[in-house]
Design a protein around this ligand. Structure first.
Ligand code: AHG
Ligand code: MN
Ligand code: MN
Length: 292
């Protein structure tokens, strides 16, 4: 079970405890709120509701010093302790099409923006047919099933269903974001090779697509694009937490030249190209795009 950091455990308790309320709120919050987030993207009512719920729960934890969200321009001060970075609703464009989405969490032992080397834990909830939570910390990576339980603290139970998770040795799936015409030539050549070897699993939410790689082995990428060399995903809220999970499982991450965890941020909402999966597939990716 947990490596015993009580604050990390309290963070994942809070994320799990808000999951049923976030899921229950989604049916009525599929519409755009009309606002834009710091990344310049349309915000759905579901994004804002999840953000409020998570901010209240996480800032109340003794040992959490800052709440930092994809939906907020600046950090929300909460005293002393870890900086908790949250993507409240990842894959929110899947809300209208009723497909997978989730919440991404990164626990940094440093004020943000920070590199992924400052992460002490990371993970995500996945709102699929069931609600699961992947937790990566100093003790390893585990999968939990999150369910309503009126008799449990916070009204939610966390049941560990697999621990010491590692990436399957034989990769099976791939998922590449962005539009093919916007891929760079070196990435397109790499994609054509991978397509001839693995099965396509791309559903439009990073947590859903990464969970395919976590389960079956393979590679997920939201690559650098010709018109967006930094790609789409945010370093603090998506790239670093997912890179931490995959590297803790014995896989690899890259921004195209090296581990995402080593990328030096300039701002809280920096974007970064994201490539994660089995080590051999990421090495081939770096060779392919090296001179790009
Ligand atoms: P978010 O909903 O938090 O903005 O994240 C959406 C991201 C990520 O979940 C996914 O991998 C990617 O956007 C999908 O982008 P495309 O719609 O361009 O495929
Ligand atoms: Mn996201
Ligand atoms: Mn989001």
């Amino acid at each position: 079970m947990a490596d015993g950091d009580p604050v990390v455990e309290a963070v994942f308790d809070a994320v799990a405890a808000t999951a049923p309320a976030i899921r229950d709120a989604l049916p009525g919050r599929r519409v755009a709120d009309g606002a834009e987030n710091p990344s310049g993207e349309t915000v759905l009512a579901g994004d804002l509701y999840a953000d409020e719920l998570l901010a209240d729960a996480l800032t109340a934890i003794d040992g959490v010093g800052a709440y930092v969200s994809e939906e907020r321009p600046e950090a929300t001060d909460a005293g002393e302790g870890y900086s908790v970075a949250i993507d409240p609703l990842d894959g929110s464009s899947n809300l209208r099409s009723n497909n997978a989405m989730g919440t991404v969490v990164g626990v940094y032992d440093a004020p943000l923006p920070a590199t992924g080397r400052d992460l002490v834990a990371a993970g995500y909830t996945l709102y699929g047919p069931i609600t699961t939570m992947i937790v990566a910390d100093a003790s390893g990576v585990r999968e939990e099933v999150v369910e309503r339980d009126p008799d449990a603290d916070g009204g939610v139970s966390r049941s560990v269903v697999a621990e010491d998770l590692t990436l399957p040795d034989d990769p099976t799936v791939y998922g590449f974001g962005g539009r093919v015409p916007d891929w760079t030539d070196p990435f397109r050549a790499y994609a054509r090779e991978v397509e001839s070897e693995l099965k396509l699993r791309y559903g439009g939410s990073m947590v859903g697509d990464v969970n395919q790689v976590v389960t079956y082995g393979g590679v997920f990428a939201y690559p650098a694009l010709t018109d967006a060399p930094e790609g789409k995903l945010r370093l603090s809220f998506e790239g670093n937490p997912i890179a931490y999970v995959i590297e803790r499982m014995g896989g690899a991450s890259s921004d195209g030249s090296g581990s995402i965890l080593d990328v030096e941020p300039t701002g809280l909402h920096d974007r970064v190209p994201v490539y994660v999966g089995n080590e051999a597939l990421i090495e081939r990716l770096e060779d392919a795009v090296a001179d790009d």
